[in-house]
Structures are given as C-alpha cells and as structure tokens.
Ligand binder design. Structure first.
Ligand SMILES: NC(=O)c1ccc[n+]([C@@H]2O[C@H](COP(=O)([O-])OP(=O)(O)OC[C@H]3O[C@@H](n4cnc5c(N)ncnc54)[C@H](OP(=O)(O)O)[C@@H]3O)[C@@H](O)[C@H]2O)c1
Length: 336
C-alpha cells in the first residue's frame, strides 16, 4: 500500500513510500482509510517537539482517521466488514479514569496512524462513524472535537447561563465555539484576524477580541462581562497566557489546560490563581465513551465540523504547511 512515513524530524523526512498492507490481529480491524484530519499534535511530532524519544522510530503519522472496515480479526464482535468507523487516539482509554500511561498506545505516533491507504484499529478503540457525516467531516472528530467536548461538558458541565472564552480559531477552538453555542452558553472568542472573527460570530460567538490589537484581552473579557469574567476558558495558547486566563476568569471558574501553541512552560502567578480559587484542569483529549456520547449530541444539535481545506493524499506536505500557517477549523487529507 502507499503510505506516508515519518523517517526523521522535519517535513523533509516525511516520505511517500510503498509498504506492506498490515494484517489485523484477532481483536483488530483492517480499515481502508478514506480521510484523515491534522492536529497540532501531528505537526509537533514531525517537528520533533512532542515526546521526541517515544516518536523516534519510523511510523505512519496522523491520529485522526475515518474509513471503512475491509477485514476483521477472528475475535472481533463489535464490528463487521463494511462498517464505517473513526479512530480513537488513546486506544486503552475506553471509559472512566485514564490509565497510568496511555501515550505508548496512541495511534499516529508511536503506533502507525492513518496517513496511508490502510490502517489497523483496535476493536476497542474504534467508533462508528456518525451516519449524517461524510468521512472527511467525521475524520475531524477524534481529537479536536473530543478535546473541546471533554473539557466543557465532561469536566465542566457547561450550563446555558455561563460564559466561555475561546482562544483562536484552530481545530479545538472552533469545536469549542460550536459546542458552547449549541448548549446555549455565551461565547467570547479571541483571534488575530477580524475576518476570522466575523466567521466565528456566524458560528455563535457573541463577542470577538482581536488579541493582536488588544493584547490585554483579559481586560476586555472583564469589560464585556461587567467585571464578572468567564466561567470556562479553553487555554490552547500555553506559556504565560495562563496568567491572562486567570485574570479573565470568574471566581471558581474552570481553566482547561489544553495547548502549548506558544510554549510548554509557564510561570504562573500563584497569588492570582489562589485569589480566583480557579479550577485548573489538565486535558488529554478524552475517552472512547465520551467520543460516542459526543457524536450523538452533535447529531442532536446539528453540529457540522468546520473544514478549512481538503488536500489530496499526494499533497500531505502542503496540508502540514497549511496547518502551521493557521487554519480556520480543520485541515483534512482525502485518502481514497
Ligand atoms: N491536551 C489535549 O488533549 C490537546 C488536544 C488537542 C490539541 N491540543 C493542543 O491545543 C493547541 C491547539 O491545537 P489545534 O489543533 O486546535 O491547533 P491549530 O488548529 O493549529 O490552531 C492554531 C490557531 O491557534 C490560534 N493561536 C495561535 N497563537 C495564538 C495566540 N497567541 N493567542 C490566541 N490564539 C492563538 C490561531 O488562531 P487565529 O488565526 O484565529 O489567531 C491559530 O490559527 C495545540 O497546542 C495542541 O497541541 C491539546
């Protein structure tokens, strides 16, 4: 089969190769991949900044995939050939509390992912594709959508009379806007682009703050909320952004620590944190059962993934470059 393979660090070491089609083990599915979507994780792995030791071997990258089951292993009971399925990143985290060490079992690094004509999914880590979505749309759900959902709904129990602050217009953030708006919450969003801001408004945000022209965006959040602040903040920027998020927060509100677009390290003002009695919640995507529950809710609320661009399989490198330059919502690669 044709597959892209990570053979080293940097996009110059992402190579289109011919490799053997994998065979499913007893509890595995062989999936003909239809589409994958890119996450910042995929880019960070190629750049060598995401668990570099664990990611140092050769593998097929990209975690989020949608496809059709070609063949099932001898002990598979949940699926049959012909079923449409999507991947689930942390293959051992099915429900409840996370395991001690989920990372070595993730797909798209260190285990083979979806940027190939075929991929293997563990039976336990596959989810039926929502019937109202195309494969391209469904490929965007496993990481970005679940991360926003797991934060706001599973941890945050978001209520309609609450305010959510969303940073930027990338994959996680746009799903965050859609989920919060669908649940009736007020959404304040930051972006570097006024034009993108108008598009976020069309998705349900009530207020937009340009974080380039208004670098002290936390003060603007307080102004917009009569000094009360936001109850929920999806912190995707990382680094010192957490201090602005603490200032923009309602007392006892949630800050979901999701991203590290700016930096993986932060010097936190502990006095501000304790004064706000903030709930700081680390997020690692979510478990499979939440992905299934989220898909049902998306169907009910008519949430459709926002796709910026779909690239053909051969142009995977261009797709990665587009992600680096900032996409509105998701970048998808069509495989077949
Ligand atoms: N913890 C987890 O489970 C988890 C899961 C998924 C993702 N993540 C992390 O979350 C982050 C976002 O991931 P993603 O896939 O959504 O990324 P993405 O699609 O690449 O999002 C990039 C967008 O972020 C915005 N941005 C960049 N710098 C910003 C800044 N200083 N202030 C505000 N917004 C800024 C920009 O929006 P504008 O163009 O509108 O300015 C940019 O377009 C990454 O660090 C990723 O690794 C973590």
């Amino acid at each position: 089969m044709k597959a892209w393979q990570k053979q080293g660090i940097g996009l110059e070491n992402l190579k289109l190769v011919d490799i053997g089609t994998p065979k499913p083990g007893p509890k595995q599915l062989l999936v003909r991949v239809k589409a994958v979507s890119l996450n910042f994780r995929d880019k960070a792995i190629i750049d060598g900044i995401y668990l570099p030791d664990m990611m140092s071997k050769k593998f097929v990258p990209v975690s989020d995939a949608a496809g059709v089951i070609e063949e099932i292993g001898s002990e598979v009971t949940r699926f049959q050939a012909g079923d449409r399925v999507i991947s689930h990143l942390y293959t051992k985290w099915i429900e409840g509390a996370p395991n001690d060490n989920d990372a070595p079992y993730a797909i798209g690094g260190p285990n083979d992912g979806g940027l190939a004509e075929y991929m293997i999914l563990e039976e336990d880590a596959a989810v039926f594709t929502p019937s109202n979505l195309t494969d391209e749309e469904a490929s965007t759900l496993p990481i970005a959508a679940l991360t926003a959902w797991f934060s706001l709904v599973e941890y945050g129990n978001l209520q309609a009379d609450e305010t959510v602050l969303i940073q930027g217009t990338g994959g996680v953030s746009i799903f965050g806007v859609q989920i919060a708006a669908a649940l009736g919450a007020r959404v304040i969003a930051t972006t570097s682009s006024d034009a993108k801001g108008e598009r976020v408004k069309a998705l349900g945000a009530s207020d937009i703050i340009n974080y380039v022209t208004t670098p002290d965006w936390e003060k603007e959040v307080l102004k917009l909320t009569d000094g009360k602040g936001a109850q929920h903040i999806l912190e995707v920027v990382g680094g010192d952004s957490i201090n602005r998020s603490i200032d923009a927060l309602t007392p006892q509100g949630y800050i979901y620590i999701i991203g590290f677009l700016k930096s993986m390290m932060a010097e936190v003002n502990l006095f501000s944190l304790l004064s706000k009695q903030a709930k700081v919640q680390g997020i690692l995507v979510g478990h499979r059962q939440a992905l299934e529950k989220m898909n049902l809710a998306f169907d009910e609320y008519k949430i459709k993934p926002v796709i910026d661009t779909v690239y053909p399989f051969e142009q995977a490198i261009e797709a990665y470059k587009h992600l680096s330059s900032g996409a509105f919502g998701k970048i998808v690669i069509r495989i077949s």
